[in-house]
Ligand binder design. Sequence first.
Ligand code: ADP
Ligand code: MG
Length: 257
Amino acid sequence: MAGLAEPNALVDLRGVSKSFGEGERRVDALVDVSLSLFAGQVVGLIGPSGSGKTTLLNVVGCVTEPSGGWMRLNGEVVYDQRWLRRDLRRLRLEEIGFIFQTHNLLPFLTAAENVMEVMELAGARSAEARARAGDLLDYLQVGRRKNAMPAQLSGGEAQRVAIARALANRPKIILADEPTAPLDSERAGIVMDLLRRIAVDQEATIIVVTHDESIFDRFDSIYHLRDGHLVSIENVKANAHRPIDARRSDETARNAS
Ligand code: ADP
Ligand code: MG
């Protein structure tokens, strides 16, 4: 199967399936899903409830083991009919950033400590983690709140701290499950602009599960799932397939205007 792969893709799935249960109870949550995502891309994942969105995010995030197929992440084949990596926890920690609908920050750590924690789990020294946490929180414009406890943060601030934490280990693959659901449409737009900037600056790819139609125009492409099948891929941006250097100059022009 490797012959069909896209060599530069950060996320590359070929014929991935996932079934839950056996016999009459069997549910085919993903059926023969193939897709390739590249640095700088922000894609939407939409579909009715039960269509397999969360399952697909969890498979890409190496949380759920597929039932078959082939998957490569950031250049490494991680699944080929079975997991090829034994240390999946480390793989998740280093390669993948998760952003959830609710921020799920640890309530007994400050904003900065929440960000530092995942770096220290990955082996960073404390001083290094503290410096990067500060930089990331500044980048996300919540640097002045770095010593606040999660309960003291507004919803938007907490979401930014959670995004900082998801970015802490410089993952190339960022997975977001309804990240704008608790936000009004203006704030949702701001978060989407932020994700687009992150994708370009960090040369990452971002998959966003959403029902929020107000942000559909912010995606490069929208992947439609139905009954576990990837039924269509809609290109939203004219440059959906342009290389990252072209996107970077687009983004610079946009920010300047
Ligand atoms: P979505 O996120 O699009 O709502 P899911 O990926 O959560 O859909 O679910 C897809 C299908 O797989 C559904 O029929 C769901 O009931 C089933 N499913 C998901 N997770 C499990 C599980 N852990 N055990 C059994 N069935 C599951
Ligand atoms: Mg879901």
